[in-house]
Structure formats: structure tokens, C-alpha cells
Design a protein around this ligand. Structure first.
Ligand SMILES: [Fe+2]
Length: 320
């Protein structure tokens, strides 16, 4: 028997006994020289498409009660997720509606697209007002329900660590018994839950310009100074008129929402994704890119990445 045949026979015997030789992993390791293969594809979801389908969802699903009227952006090159660790989507609640209480081991956050002082999320008994441009957190295992007591529709961006938690097989869910959450002992939930737009944008505009990232303000928990959620880092990014960032890449994946402005995301080769107001896009991990403001007005974008997870595990790599 030749050496090749002997190895093939051994591989078969190992497989029959639910084992595998490490030599079978050599090709996988070789493919990772220079960094991981990006998971998923860069992709943009246009606001006009989102709102057309949201209108259809409103007609098909007349009330947002136990089930959320929420559309999730599915990366075309992944089995699930907007990136391989993050889900992003848009949720709409009409006047008078409530999204009933529940809690889960998945962490979530909302960036408010259209809101006012009569729109609230209750997070473990704390009432958080949701005005346009605010960021409201629902850390994992916090009860949360959403109430629209205004006479206007409400829209917000939902960002969750669903694919990460699913991948770790750590999903736990508990529905509430009705619209409102059970009484939570006072002081159970400490730390920042709401970041007001006015303060965030002022802090962003005050930052020095970074040639790779523009003016990138990270929302940090004021108590410990760390990322606002254990698994997700949130940033507000301002690009001055005509600003063209230098290319970079990071092992973190990210999702983006355009608050205002028009520009493009330059990718390898001549590929580029254009973006305008309220468009959404995903940048997979380890994808070289450069962001550009292609107008003579400022652009402001909200972005979320899985950076804290990689940082905690010693896996964060950045290349400029
Ligand atoms: Fe939830």
C-alpha cells in the first residue's frame, strides 16, 4: 500500500471512530496566514427600501404588541446576522402602541431615528426617554418594554449581539406576562442607559480629526469608563465636508447608520458602496475600507462593533 493510500485509510478509520488527524486542518490554517477570512460581505440597505417594506409590515401586522414590528438586516453572504456577531434592524411603533415586556441574555441598544419625549423604553424599572438621536441601552437580562404615547410614529435602529450569543449557545429568553414588566427591585440596574443626542454630538464635534476614522466619539459608561455594553461598542462618527479617510482594517465587524450626509465606503479594488441619509451598511471583520464624505456638508454616522469582545479575548487587531 502506498503512503497516500495508507493515510487515506487512516483518515477513514479515524472518521469512523469520531476522530480526525490535525493534518486535515493544515489547509484551514494556511488560509488564515495574514488574518482571518472576512465573514460575510460588505452590504448596504437603502432607507427607501426599508420604509417601503416597513409600510407593508404595518399593513400585515396591525399592532406591535408581543411581537416587535422590526425588520432585521440579513447579510447576503452569511447564514444569519448583519455581521457574523451583530444584528441590526429598524423597528417602528405607531402612536398608542406598546411593545410588550420581555428579557433575554442578548444585549441590545436603540438609536432613535424618529422619537420625542413621549416615547419611552422602560429598562428594569427605569424610564428612558427616546428623543431623536438618543442612544438607549438594554443590557443583557434587563426587562424592557417600549411605549409610544405621542401622536407620531416612532422609528429606531435596533442593534443586538444575537449571532454572537447564538454562536456561544447562551440564548435565554423570558417573556413578560403582559405589556408591562414585573416590579424590579430599585437600584437593580445601575450605570448609564440613555445618552442624549445633544451631548453626544457636541462631544463628537469637539474631537480632533483622526486621518483614518474622522471624529469618532465612543459612548462610554461614566461609572467605569469602558464600552457602554460588554459586547458592543457604540460610536458617533463625524466626517467634515469632503473628508476622505485613509484606508484601514480591524478584526472587529461593524454596522453603520447614516444620521446625516452623503458619501461612500471605498473597498478593495474599485468597489465602493455609496450611502445617503438613513442608509445602513455592514463592514465584515478584517475588510480593508476607507470612508469618504462626498458632499460639502458634514456627515454624521452611528456605528456599532464587536470590539469589546475581541479586546477582552486578546483578539483585536487593527491595521492602518
Ligand atoms: Fe428585546
Amino acid at each position: 500500500m502506498s503512503g497516500v493510500d495508507a493515510l487515506a485509510e487512516l483518515d477513514a478509520r479515524l472518521a469512523a471512530s469520531h476522530m480526525r488527524g490535525q493534518w486535515k486542518s493544515e489547509a484551514f490554517l494556511s488560509a488564515a496566514i495574514g488574518g482571518p477570512k472576512p465573514a460575510g460581505a460588505p452590504y448596504a440597505w437603502r432607507w427607501a427600501d426599508v420604509m417601503e417594506l416597513m409600510g407593508a409590515a404595518e399593513r400585515a401586522m396591525p399592532e406591535s404588541l408581543q411581537a416587535r414590528r422590526s425588520l432585521i438586516f440579513q447579510n447576503p453572504a452569511l447564514p444569519r446576522g448583519t455581521t457574523h456577531t451583530i444584528n441590526m434592524g429598524v423597528q417602528m411603533i405607531m402612536p398608542g402602541e406598546v411593545a410588550w415586556a420581555h428579557r433575554h441574555s442578548i444585549a441590545a441598544l436603540r438609536f432613535i431615528i424618529e422619537g420625542d419625549e413621549k416615547l419611552t423604553t422602560v429598562v428594569d424599572g427605569r424610564h428612558c426617554v427616546m428623543e431623536t438621536g438618543d442612544l438607549v441601552l438594554t443590557p443583557n437580562w434587563s426587562w424592557h418594554d417600549h411605549h409610544n404615547k405621542s401622536d407620531q410614529r416612532a422609528l429606531w435602529l435596533d442593534v443586538l449581539d444575537v449571532p454572537l450569543v447564538l454562536g456561544l449557545n447562551q440564548t435565554v429568553y423570558e417573556p413578560g406576562s403582559g405589556a408591562d414588566q414585573p416590579n424590579v427591585e430599585p437600584g437593580r440596574r445601575v450605570g448609564a442607559l440613555r445618552f442624549a443626542w445633544r451631548e453626544s454630538i457636541a462631544a463628537t464635534r469637539a474631537l480632533q480629526l483622526d486621518p483614518h476614522h474622522g471624529q469618532a466619539y465612543e459612548y462610554r459608561d461614566p461609572d467605569h469608563g469602558g464600552p457602554c455594553l460588554k459586547t458592543l461598542s457604540c460610536k458617533l462618527v463625524r466626517l467634515p465636508p469632503g473628508f476622505s479617510a485613509l484606508p484601514s482594517r480591524t478584526s472587529a465587524s461593524s454596522v453603520w447608520f447614516v444620521v446625516t450626509g452623503n458619501g461612500s465606503l471605498e473597498l478593495a479594488g474599485d468597489e465602493a458602496l455609496s450611502w445617503g441619509p438613513r442608509d445602513n451598511f455592514a463592514i465584515p471583520n478584517w475588510t480593508r475600507h476607507a470612508i469618504r464624505n462626498r458632499s460639502d456638508e458634514e456627515a454624521v454616522l452611528f456605528t456599532v462593533s464587536d470590539e469589546p469582545v475581541l479586546q477582552a479575548l486578546g483578539l483585536l487587531r487593527q491595521e492602518t
